[in-house]
Design a protein around this ligand. Structure first.
Ligand code: AHM
Ligand code: MG
Length: 336
């Protein structure tokens, strides 16, 4: 691919997904339609986030979300945009959003075969200081031809058909997997199109970075504490790892995917299940990490094998480079 060809032969996300679909002769294009509605939501949020300071969109809307946190206006707005875009796609039956306590069951006249779980604007505590935030999403297929029920979204992560995130940072980057590797697209604002910029992302087999909120160390369990100690004082002659923690999952995971290393949100004495939510944070990120050649572990099992029993369930999560996750798995196995 010459530079000239790249400038004139643009691989947009729509073109990319249509190419993928043409490999499945029975496909009717439903997935591309669904994805184009997700992409619309991402573009809207990207534009809203970049105008946030200007438009005074920042501030409390007065509501609290299901986790009892104060909701910022941008969260509310992003959620509304995604719900409306997903419903109007005509391809969804059930939506689960971090911002809504209950699942949304789409009106029968607009139903389709997909279920979408999402966090419309993750890392919202970072909005006010301009740090990268993101949208995270996962897509399931309804289990059967029956009336949709909550069981359709309480499926293990390994049943997801696709997962992705969009990071609103110095540029707007959408990373997605449909179960066939991971690809990254960057929004060209002048075109309003996501262009393939990171084809076939593979995470380095081992990394030099660990990423965790060390402020919680006092309550950590022994394997997590031992692991972080090993990162700082390796006993095998290797160099210590660097610490990077943004506190915005999308940004921390994006860096982990590109540079390698490990991201940890462990359980601890105060919060045995950690903080991050299984359906729309842990699962999509674990799906992407595995698709990129890494691993995702809960401290007990492969993260994608979890079977959630409620919509907003939380789980500890350790994800990243294959070898780094092997190390933490070994420490938990020794403990057991
Ligand atoms: P949020 O959904 O309320 O925005 O919280 C999720 C965020 C993640 O983006 C990030 O990984 C984590 O919270 C950071 O938590 P902490 O501040 O405890 O380190
Ligand atoms: Mg979140």
């Amino acid at each position: 691919h010459s530079a000239e060809a790249q400038r004139t032969d643009l691989m947009t996300i729509t073109r990319f997904v249509l190419n993928e679909q043409s490999k499945h002769p029975d496909s009717r294009g439903d997935f591309s339609i669904l994805l184009s509605h997700i992409v619309l939501g991402c573009k809207f949020v990207c534009s809203a986030v970049s105008k946030a300071g200007l438009a005074k969109l920042i501030g409390l809307a007065g509501d609290t979300n299901v986790q009892g946190e104060e909701q910022k206006k941008l969260d509310v707005l992003s959620n509304d945009v995604f719900v409306k875009a997903l419903v109007s796609s005509g391809r969804t039956s059930i939506l689960v959003s971090e911002e809504d306590e209950q699942a949304t069951f789409v009106d029968p006249s607009k139903r389709g075969k997909y279920c979408v779980v999402f966090d419309p604007l993750d890392g919202s505590s970072n909005i006010d200081c301009g740090v990268s935030i993101g949208t995270i999403f996962g897509i399931y297929m309804l289990k059967g031809d029956h009336e949709p029920t909550i069981e359709d979204v309480l499926q293990p992560g390994k049943n997801m058909l696709a997962a992705g995130y969009c990071m609103y940072g110095s540029s707007c980057t959408l990373v997605i997997s449909t179960g066939n590797g991971v690809n990254g697209f960057t929004l060209d604002p002048s075109l309003g199109e996501f262009i393939l910029t990171h084809p076939d992302i593979k995470i380095p087999k081992k990394g030099k970075i660990y990423s965790v909120n060390e402020g919680n160390a006092k309550n950590w369990d022994a394997p997590t504490a031992k692991y972080v100690e090993k990162c700082k004082f390796p006993q095998d002659g290797s160099s210590p790892k660097s610490l990077r923690y943004i506190g915005s999952m999308v940004a921390d995971v994006h860096r982990t995917l590109l540079y390698g290393g490990i991201f940890l949100y462990p359980g601890d004495k105060k919060s045995p299940n950690g903080k991050l939510r299984v359906l729309y944070e842990v699962f999509p990120m674990s799906f992407l990490l595995e698709q990129a050649g890494g691993q995702a572990f809960t401290g007990k099992i492969r993260a994608l094998d979890l079977v959630p029993s409620k919509l907003h369930e939380r789980s500890p999560i350790f994800l990243g480079s294959f070898d780094d996750v092997e190390d933490i798995k070994a420490l938990y196995a020794a403990e057991a």
